[in-house]
Every structure is written in C-alpha cells, then in structure tokens.
Design a protein around this ligand. Structure first.
Ligand SMILES: C[S@@+](CC[C@H](N)C(=O)[O-])C[C@H]1O[C@@H](n2cnc3c(N)ncnc32)[C@H](O)[C@@H]1O
Length: 187
C-alpha cells in the first residue's frame, strides 16, 4: 500500500454519502473530506461539531461557500445524537473531539465513550467509525483514563460484526496505526 500524502487519501477509502466529524478545530478534517470527494468518496453532506465558540465561528466563515458543509456548535456528547437524527444511511464518522494540551477548560474529559453510545443508540448499525489519536489511548492512563481495549469493546457493542483495523491518521503521523477503524465486513 502506498503511503498516503494527506488525510483525504485515507478518507477516500471509507466512502459513504454522509461524513460526520467531532472536533472541528481549524477545519483540517473538513478540508480532507472535501478533497476526498474529489477522489471519489461521495460525501454529499459533511457535518462537523465543535465545542469552542471561536473555532466554530471561524469554521463557519471558512466554509460559508460550501453548501454541503454543516458546522454545529456544542458538545459532541449532546450534538452527535442530534446530527444522527438527520441521518438515514450509513455514514463515515470521524471521532476527533478532545482537548489539546493546555485547553482542558474546553472539555475536561474526552467524549469518546459518550459519542460511541450515541452511535450505538442509532437505528443504523453499519456506520464506518474512525477513532483518531489511537496512540493516546495506549499508554498507562490513556486519554482521560480511557484505554484502547475499552474503545474496541464499545465498538463491538455497536455491531459485533465490525472488523477492527487501523489506518493512517492525520498526516504527518506517517504510520498506519494512528486511527482505529471499525467497518462492517464485506463479503
Ligand atoms: C484534535 S482537534 C480536532 C482536529 C480536527 N478534527 C482536524 O482533523 O483538523 C480537537 C477539537 O475538539 C474540540 N473538542 C473538545 N471537546 C469537544 C467536545 N466535547 N465536543 C466537540 N468538540 C470538542 C476542541 O475544541 C478541538 O478543536
């Protein structure tokens, strides 16, 4: 497999008509999803949820011409469920909401387990789920004390047929084990 040049080349391998991201930050995930569309991903709607008001407002301005990009202000623990209420087909869901070093005031805890619970409650069980920053869940404490094995258990609780693999995360981390991928097995 060729090493991807940027994250869009990773995302294009997980096509669906809906792309949902938690944690917008400066919009890198949205740019990657838009570029993945040029490569054939087919994301007709791109949703991104951001808890920080300034980042949310900047992203709204940045993508104001992209009518298929919908940016939502708020906590993914609440907003992911609301977004999923508008989704009636399998989506590619990129979970990347967490605090950055020195920013704990925005979110004391990593919301990943609540996000996975929201996905579990949804009527579609075949979403493709990408969990970013796998390495942060590997050390003794894990991000917010959450370990990779807990995340995998929650993924399997959504759909026991999920195949769990890893892939390249946001470049420049150039190893193919930075995101956890849960995808339904295809025959
Ligand atoms: C690592 S950055 C996201 C990077 C972005 N996905 C990209 O690919 O460029 C994490 C973002 O998550 C946001 N965040 C933290 N906790 C959140 C929560 N509970 N809900 C929504 N956003 C959250 C932070 O404000 C920050 O902007």
């Amino acid at each position: 497999m060729m090493v991807p040049i940027n994250f869009s080349e990773v995302l294009k391998n997980y096509p669906n008509s809906v792309f949902i991201e938690t944690g917008t930050y400066w919009g890198g995930g949205i740019f990657a999803a838009l570029r993945a569309n040029v490569l054939g991903a087919g994301f007709e709607k791109i949703y991104s949820i951001e808890i920080d008001r300034c980042r949310f407002e900047d992203a709204v301005k940045l993508f104001e011409r992209n009518t298929n990009v919908i940016i939502i202000y708020g906590d993914s623990r609440v907003k992911l469920k609301e977004v999923l209420e508008e989704v009636f087909e399998p989506a590619t869901i990129f979970l990347d909401a967490h605090f950055n070093r020195g920013e704990v005031e925005y979110s004391e805890e990593c919301p990943i387990l609540e996000e996975l619970e929201a996905i579990k409650q949804h009527h579609i069980k075949s979403h493709t789920i990408l969990v970013d920053d796998r390495h942060s869940f590997l050390n003794d404490l894990g991000m917010s004390g959450i370990k990779q094995k807990t995340i995998i258990r929650h993924l399997k609780n959504i759909n026991e047929n999920y195949e769990i693999t890893t892939d390249y995360g946001y470049i420049p981390k150039r190893t193919n084990d930075e995101i956890i991928v849960a995808k339904e097995k295809t025959e």
